[in-house]
Design a protein. Structure first.
Length: 294
């Protein structure tokens, strides 16, 4: 039996409870404050020896020193078997995406396909929050009108960061949700409200909800500790599998690994330009801008 590709995160709260007995956990890549470089190198070496490939998913909001540590490890080990995937998703959405990649890692996909599936699947994660204030929200475009409203005592806001930014004042509008079957995971900060479970879940026709602890980085990401973070996602791994399997696979012209999409997750090389290959339009091209990010 082949050993599944190792998945790794930069914070333990990005590892949600598994949905089944097959879903493996993820390794933790600690910050420079928490672990010296030689120990981090030794841990990564063991992961590579045991699993062959490591896919690390980390937030774009990660402190610079921690991100630099990840690249240092990859560089010192001179390994093209370590994929470093940076994501703009908020913390809970990122944890949901990581759980899907953990599920995919035990399917019959190679590491290159699993790594490049992160960009595809992120378009199907509806990640947002209920906030008591948007005055310090700087990761989602906020109009001046919303800023002014947030000074009104008791105002609450529904914000969607992904797949497309939205902001509504609670009671004055609804967040547009997914057009496909989802479940919702939510994490509560100290904000007394049932809006997510009583209004959002029925409006989005979510098939179920799961509550988890609020990720440590969520208050900083959303600009306030008074919040409820939520993420709707494709819960059926067979649907996720079909979505990934339906996309045409390519071979990276630089490192030779099989992938989907237009960029290799391991060496970051873009695919050869279209004039050098025949490129069938797949799921990725149906209204999903796959050329953004890395």
């Amino acid at each position: 039996m082949t050993v599944p590709t190792a998945l790794a995160v930069t914070s333990p709260d990005l590892v949600l409870p598994p949905t089944d007995h097959q879903t493996p956990t993820a390794a933790l890549l600690a910050s420079p404050d928490a672990q010296p470089l030689d120990a981090a190198l030794a841990d990564m070496h063991v992961l590579l020896e045991q699993h062959g490939y490591v896919i690390a998913l980390y937030p774009a909001s990660l402190p610079v020193a921690h991100e630099r540590r990840l690249h240092t490890i990859r560089s010192v080990l001179e390994s093209d078997r370590i994929a470093l995937l940076k994501s703009d998703l908020p913390p809970l959405g990122l944890a949901v995406l990581m759980r899907q990649l953990r599920q995919l890692s035990v399917c019959d996909f190679g590491p290159g396909v699993v790594a490049s599936a992160a960009r595809l699947l992120s378009h199907y994660v509806y990640a947002g929050a209920l906030l008591n204030s948007v005055t310090k929200l700087d990761r989602v475009p906020v109009s001046l009108k919303s800023h002014a409203k947030s000074w009104v005592p008791g105002s609450q806001f529904g914000v969607l960061a992904n797949p497309a930014p939205q902001l509504v004042k609670i009671g004055a509008g609804d967040l547009a949700g997914p057009e496909f079957a989802t479940q919702l995971v939510l994490a509560k900060g100290p904000l007394a409200t049932d809006w997510v479970t009583e209004t959002l879940v029925p409006a989005w026709r979510c098939q179920g909800t799961q509550e988890v602890p609020l990720p440590v980085d969520s208050p900083r990401w959303w600009g306030t500790p008074k919040m409820v973070e939520f993420a709707a996602f494709l819960p059926d791994i067979s649907v996720v599998y079909q979505l990934v399997a339906s996309v045409r696979r390519e071979r990276c012209t630089w490192c030779g690994i099989e992938l989907i999409g237009d960029r290799c997750g391991f060496c970051s090389a873009p695919l050869a330009p279209p004039e050098n290959q025949t490129h069938a339009a797949g799921v990725l091209n149906h209204g999903t801008p796959m050329h953004h990010g890395s």
